[in-house]
Design a protein around this ligand. Structure first.
Ligand code: FAD
Length: 283
């Protein structure tokens, strides 16, 4: 395991765009609580095929207006170059300077694959159209993307995004610290020298976590699965267990030089705040 302490520590929080008034009100409170930690940015997810296009845009603009940098996720699957061009232009007009550039997944039932096949093509398009107007983050998969032909191919494909002009990466969440550092070392061997920020998923509900992890290829180690299953419906114990495990994961990541932490907040402040409090990031 190599140490990687080369970058200033980054802190970022991810939201999804709320669908209802109630959700928007909740997110406002969550944002206020997390903003006290002075993150580098908040990011807002984007439904593939543009399904959350306006809601992502509105959420990003609201956050940016409140004085913290906001980064929209932008997925290119099922999109045309014109769609993407328009969105880039709208974001530029609002003073947005960061983007999380993704391929996304075609929703079941949607036929059109659009004009982009992979995220490296989107990164290339953003650079061609807008030069250096945006700092571009891309996705990384220390435990290998579920559709990848092999770990080696996946790493090569990750490098394509960096070569196309990405500035940093955020990983899929994981609970095996070794997977992250092995991935970072492998990237270094390929000459990739950019911050690869670990994505952190707090644990609050295990059936949801298991379902989600199966879909996105995140491994839940057996000891964690078994430990969580023991708690049944005892939510307080699940939260305490999750808090302890994820705090320890973050501590190890930071101790060994990870360039920061990106939290998948699921639009909840308290689980993320509890972990950051344990780590000594006071609000
Ligand atoms: P890519 O980098 O294009 O990779 C996808 C697959 O194709 C991989 O298996 C890769 O090995 C392979 N591949 C890549 N390039 C090539 C190539 N040139 N030739 C052949 N094969 C190639 N999804 C959403 O819908 N909305 C979001 O807001 C969102 N946010 C995310 C944020 C983060 C930090 C992460 C880690 C994921 C996020 N996702 C989101 C999920 C993501 O869209 C999916 O994981 C998707 O399946 C892959 O997107 P990607 O950008 O990693 O794709």
């Amino acid at each position: 395991m190599q140490t990687q302490k080369k970058y200033q520590q980054l802190l970022s929080f991810e939201f999804y765009p709320p669908k209802t008034e109630e959700g928007a009100l909740n997110l406002k409170g969550v944002h206020q609580k997390l903003a006290k930690l002075k993150p580098d940015f908040f990011s807002v997810t984007f439904g593939a095929g543009g399904s959350t296009r306006d809601k992502t845009f509105d959420t990003v603009v609201k956050i940016q207006e409140q004085g913290v940098s906001a980064a929209p996720h932008l997925s290119c699957v099922a999109s045309t170059k014109d769609n993407i061009r328009q969105m880039l232009s709208s974001y530029q007009q609002k003073g947005i300077t960061k983007i999380v550039a993704l391929r996304g997944d075609i929703p079941s039932g949607m036929m059109s694959a659009g004009e982009f096949r992979y995220a490296n093509e989107l990164v290339d398009f953003i650079r061609t159209e807008t030069g250096n107007a945006f700092q571009i983050h891309v996705a990384a998969y220390p435990e290998v993307h579920p559709q990848a032909k092999s770990a080696t191919e996946d790493l090569r494909n990750f490098k394509r995004k960096i070569d196309a002009g990405a500035n940093a990466a955020i990983t899929q969440y994981f609970y095996n610290v070794e997977a992250y550092f092995y991935f970072v070392d492998a990237c270094e061997k390929l000459g990739i020298d950019l911050p690869i920020v670990p994505g952190i998923m707090p644990i609050t509900n295990y059936s949801q976590l298991f379902r989600f992890s199966d879909m996105c290829g995140a491994d839940i180690p057996r000891w964690m699965r078994k430990g969580l299953e023991c708690f049944g419906d005892d939510r307080a114990s699940i939260i305490a267990f999750g808090n302890e495990i994820v705090t320890r994961l973050c501590q190890q990541l930071l101790d060994y030089g990870a360039p920061g932490l990106h939290f998948y907040t699921m639009n909840q402040a308290d689980p993320t705040l509890a972990i950051l409090d344990n780590l000594g990031f006071g609000a």
